[in-house]
Structure formats: C-alpha cells, structure tokens
Design a protein around this ligand. Sequence first.
Ligand code: ATP
Ligand code: MG
Length: 355
Amino acid sequence: MSSYKIASIPGDGIGPEVTNAAVEVVEKLAKTLGTFQINFTHIPWGTEYYKKNGQYVSDNALDELRQFDAAIFGAVGAPDVPDHISLWGLLLAIRGPLQLYANVRPVRTFPGTRCPLNTATKGIDWMLVRENSEGEYAGQGGRSHIGQEWEVATEVAIFTRVAITRIIRFAFETAQSRPKKHLTVVSKSNSMRNGMVLWDEIATSVSKEFPDVAWDKMLVDAMTVRMVWQPESIDTIVGTNLHMDILSDLAAALAGSIGIAPSSNLDPTRKNPSVFEPVHGSAFDITGKGVANPVGAFWSAAEMLTWIGEKDASDKLMSCIENVCAAGKVTRDLGGQCDTKEVVEAVCAEIEKLK
Ligand code: ATP
Ligand code: MG
C-alpha cells in the first residue's frame, strides 16, 4: 500500500480552521478506503511564528519541506503585519525557491451553489493556469526619495523566455487533457510592449506543438468582460502572475464563492513537493467564529491526492463534497446555515457511505 508524508502548514486567520478540517477529512478518507496511508506533519509557520522568531519560516525551511511528498497550506496574513511582509515571508519564500512555477486553479459551479451570472449556462467549468515564478511579482524595483514629494517607486516585471515557454506549454498540455481542448492566452500586449509581446510570440510558437488544441489570445481587460458575458466560450486560461491573480478571484466569485476555490502550486518536474491551498486568504473578519467554508481546503486536498497518485480517492472525495453541497449543507457564504464543523461532519458522513 502506498504511504505518503504530507506537510500541513495552516498559517494565519481561518487558515488553521480550514486546514485542520481538510486533514480530518483526508485522514477519514484514507482510513475508510484502506487503499493508501497518509501521515500529516504539522508545521507552525505563520505570523505567530514570525512574532516569536523574527521570520515566517524556519532557517532550513526548504530542506524541511523537501522531506515531504506534498504540502497543504492554509493562509498567511494578519491585520498587524503589512501584507507584503507576510506574503513574502511565507508563501513567496517557498514558491520561488521550490520552483512551483505552475499555479493551477480549477473553477467549477457546484450543485447547490449560486452562480451570480445571469446566463443560460449550466454553470462554469474552467481551468485557470497562472505563471507563478516571475512577472509582475518578481519583487524587483525600489524606492527613492522616500517620503518626499518627488518620491519614485519602480516595480519591474520580469519575463523570461524560459519561464514563459514552460508555463504556456504546461497550459496547452492542460487544455489538451480536457474535453473541450481549448486555451485562451491572456496578456496585455497593446500597452505593455516588451514582456507581453514576448508572451504572445511564445504562445504562437508553442501552439504549433498542439495542433489539436484550439486557442485564442485575449487582452486581460477584455477577458473580464468575456468571463461575465460569454462564460461558455471559455475552457482553459493561461496568464501572468498578476493577471491570473485577479482573474482567478473573479472566476471564483462567479462560480459561487471564493470559499470553495482550490489552487495547486505545482513543480511539474516533480523535483520538489507541490503545495496545495485554498484561493481565499486569512479572512480575519470571520476568524475564530467557526463559520469559514472548508470546501476550498477540501478541494485543494483532493487536488493534492490526484497529484500524488491517488486519483480514485480524489474523485471519491470530490463526489462526497458535491453531495454535501447539493444537500444544502453549506456555510453562509454559499447561502447556507452550517458552520465549519457541521460541513466537516457532513462530508465525513458521506465518506462513511463509501465503505
Ligand atoms: P488576503 O489578503 O490573503 O486575500 P483576506 O483577508 O483579504 O485575505 P480573502 O480571502 O481575500 O480574505 O476573502 C475576502 C472575504 O471573503 C473575507 O473577508 C471573508 O469575508 C470572505 N471569505 C474568504 N474566504 C472565506 C471562506 N473560506 N469562508 C467564508 N468566507 C470567506
Ligand atoms: Mg483579499
């Protein structure tokens, strides 16, 4: 029987509430199915850790993580620490060095969840691929004349042929594996005349390797309109770090709630452990109230199971989650009455039926 070592990094805010819920559900699944073993190791990185140790992660964080097959992560960010410090302290400190260059975000309306789009669509079923290693979030630039009237700040976006090529190729492969075999490449090559033009050029050249994938190019501003008005014309989308950060929040909201959206930070070469996390953040407005929607964390855990090779278990977990949503056992963000614990219990009860 396969056995997996998974790091659990709950982080801040509602991160621990939803991550612990996901651990409970996956442990229950493994025990019930009896087809694989899974061991979670808790890692306490986050803002509390930072306040005690002056840094968000341990000195040998990367080596520590490399001992695991994968990691699940909750959220990072606290009201009393500037977001750019917490984000760079934890998440970006891991993503970059581990070369988790593909951020994959499935977006799907669940039975029972409200899709705010007033269209004839049956709902949304998209796959979003975000470049996760460079671009606008490369952290390059600086500030001069700080505090003066003539202060200048630069934020330099970095685009390399290597990184664009690997993410575009990954996106074409992803699109190819889906029934619709369609990819939209998003950029902003009308107003950004260097990196974005390179992006478009590489898309055109990589597309020739995938004659069976239909594809189109779209400016990111026009894409927001298309997502609302022609959702059925979309299948897989690929774009830069910044563009897909924004589009994936929009997509998650269109699908019903940011609380259900999962994401995978993948190293497609599989040299390093990939990291799976819900799209939502630490959400301090609801922290400690026990009402956080754990479905984004569950779905992220299901993506993790698929990635490590337990596709069957992953599919079963997803159908349990969908049954619970269809029965209306959902949290308030989805229009329901349940708290986190009740959703966990409902999913565990569904898992019990798999016996
Ligand atoms: P970040 O700065 O990391 O984006 P955030 O605190 O801004 O984090 P978001 O994740 O962006 O929080 O979420 C915005 C709002 O959506 C939250 O303030 C919360 O009210 C709601 N929300 C987010 N995630 C959930 C969830 N899992 N369940 C219920 N409501 C949620
Ligand atoms: Mg936010």
